[in-house]
Design a protein around this ligand. Structure first.
Ligand SMILES: CC(C)(COP(=O)(O)OP(=O)(O)OC[C@H]1O[C@@H](n2cnc3c(N)ncnc32)[C@H](O)[C@@H]1OP(=O)(O)O)[C@@H](O)C(=O)NCCC(=O)NCCS
Length: 239
């Protein structure tokens, strides 16, 4: 099974925080690891949904274990809004955010006191039309003006979904409320802020021209991560 881990360092004026992003290629050989997972997947109608779910759980556990450099028993259950709820004895409180596409699952483990959200999405022209229905006039203009509207639409969508995970609202709140502000392309990344949530920002990477991975994190934190390692990971080959 293919997987990769990326350590993130987040520096603020008076504090420093760590997080780990784990990516796992979705594969039918991933088994449930806890009683709760075994029970939960029985309710799922398709084996594809089960595989995605288990790959996301595995990514979450990989990220947590790498954060603490030790094996830690972890059960990631679900809250009433479908949000991941962690049962684990970690040295300090942490949270986890999970995402999956058709081929790739990912999770970020972060200090609970420094909230973060993750979203992965395939860059697929067939999604662009749907995404445009969930965007504001400003975002539509940004998407349509970019040389690759499908890529920009995926970036916009993942930033909104990752923010919705931090807020725990998902699509229960209008995605128009999660409008991007000042989206910009940097050397290796896309970055943005949010009109109505100025305490957060997002950074996105394009993985092998196939996926966008976006992390949302507190605005005044300076993110440091080996972006080249993320983009060069052979995990995405053939995905
Ligand atoms: C949170 C949400 C926005 C993400 O949904 P998604 O498209 O399934 O995307 P992802 O695979 O990236 O995320 C799923 C994970 O988000 C997490 N999640 C779900 N609801 C959440 C919430 N309220 N708060 C925080 N995290 C949440 C879960 O961990 C879930 O994975 P799991 O079921 O394996 O535990 C979802 O609630 C939703 O409403 N999705 C609709 C998506 C859609 O309409 N897409 C069409 C555009 S192309």
């Amino acid at each position: 099974m293919s997987s990769a881990l990326f350590r993130l360092s987040l520096t603020r004026e008076k504090s420093h925080h760590l997080a780990v992003m784990a990516l796992v290629k979705i594969d039918a050989s991933i088994e449930p690891k806890t009683e709760w997972e075994t029970q939960y997947i029985q309710k799922m109608k398709s084996s594809k949904r089960q595989q995605n779910f288990l790959a996301g759980r595995l990514a979450g556990k990989n990220a947590i274990q790498d954060l603490f450099h030790q094996p830690i028993a972890v059960d990631i259950q679900k809250g009433i809004f479908e949000q991941p709820i962690l049962f684990s004895q970690t040295p300090y409180p942490i949270g986890v955010s999970i995402s999956h596409s058709n081929t790739l699952a990912g999770a970020i483990a972060f200090e609970e006191g420094h909230p973060m959200g993750l979203d992965l999405h395939e860059i697929a022209p067939k999604n662009t039309k749907t995404i445009l229905t969930q965007t504001t006039h400003f975002e539509q203009k940004v998407i349509e003006a970019y040389p690759s509207p499908d890529l920009m639409a995926t970036f916009v969508w993942t930033a909104k979904e990752a923010l919705s995970k931090i807020l725990r609202c998902g699509l229960m709140t209008s995605f128009k409320l999660l409008e991007l502000s000042k989206p910009r392309e940097q050397e290796n990344t896309f970055e943005t802020e949010f009109t109505h949530f100025p305490q957060y920002q997002a950074t996105s990477w394009v993985l092998a021209n196939q996926h966008v991975a976006t992390i949302v994190y507190p605005k005044k934190s300076i993110l440091s991560v080996d972006a080249n390692a993320i983009m060069a990971s052979d995990l995405f080959e053939g995905s």
